[in-house]
Design a protein around this ligand. Sequence first.
Ligand code: PMP
Length: 439
Amino acid sequence: MALQPPGAGDPARHNLDPHLTRYAARTEGMTASEIRALFAVASRPEVVSLAGGMPNLAALPLDSLAKQVQELIAEDGLVALQYGSAHGVPQLREQICEVMALEGIKAHPDDVVVTVGSQMGLDMITRLFCDPGDTVIAEGPSYVGALGSFSAYQARVVHVAMDDDGLVPELLEEALTSVASQGRPAKLLYTIPNFHNPAGVTLSNERRSRIVEICRKHGVLIVEDNPYGLLGFDGQTYPALRSLDPDNVVYLGSFSKTFASGLRVGWVLAPHAIREKLVLAAESATLCPPTLNQLIVSRYLATHDWKGQIKKFRESYRERRDAILTALKQHMPPGCTWTMPDGGFYVWVTVPEGIDTKAMLPRAVTARVAYASGTGFYSDGLGSRQMRLSYCYPTPERIKEGVRRLAAVLESEMDLLRTFGTVQRRPVSGPQTPGPDTA
Ligand code: PMP
């Protein structure tokens, strides 16, 4: 049977978009994330946004970076401004191996493929491994950009719960067995072991080897997404899953959180056998990653105290984490709980039964605070009692004010709930305009 283009039989949708009958069936899974829809409203100056995950770049040494970029173009401009290889600049790939060594990874530069942010790595891996209908196992909740890639390739996501020590191995094993019993074993485990987005938890050392063993036993390839691993507030690092089973883990790395997100430089470290296909996938997506940006990163790593810079980032995020945890403790109504991140950007909050964080969001924005409601981080409708608060960007004072406002909104929802047994809603125009996704 021929696949119907999405929405082909719906005249209302056709009036909105005359190209509707032309789209490929796979576009059905492509919808704007909730965070993207929120961005335009949340970025108004009067709103304290605890919604987006924009890194705080204020600590970067802009003057010396400017000088270096100028020198780079003056000295090496004909290379920097030219096409390069799809594989990435060789010197940068060597430096990336040094960065990964901090988390116990021994890698050869040949097995590193430079990407346009780790988001491109996610897209390529899904493209290489997932046919429509294939299953990806992911933590519940999971990174919204990854869920977007999986749905764009029509993969089905099965979520596995976490606790304070990250993904629960017993539940992973159960999910893998159950998916396999339906006749089509899962293809990938997608996991963010360190300072999880959005949950803020970290996989314990003890569980790492168990997760690796379980996936090997079930023949499932692990995709380890690790953009926050060097942002532990005490400088602590954890052994990468990749270091425990190099042949069964594809590792995604990024300079977005440890240097500059706008340069869009990330990488994939794949098992050697996959490398060739990855380079071909990268070539068909972008021909090559931007040479100038790669050379900027490479020079930065060679000439700046980049570890000292990461320490500065960590200190600024730790100050913000302290501000949010103090404010949550001080202001949140009884019945709310939250995770205690010791690195990264996010706190995951659970609100009392009866409150729906997505429905509450327009009221919160009216009260000049924004957050990301939990359902966007699940592909199966869960998360309505959860929200993600990002403390990475606002100042500690703004964070405290934002939490105070949020707590007041929650108090009033809970009052309604106590009085009427339901939360009555005033219609408030919700955030609609799509903007850049800073998930
Ligand atoms: N993975 C996770 C878990 C993230 O949080 C992000 C960005 N927020 C990305 C991947 C994408 O990062 P980038 O493309 O900037 O490297």
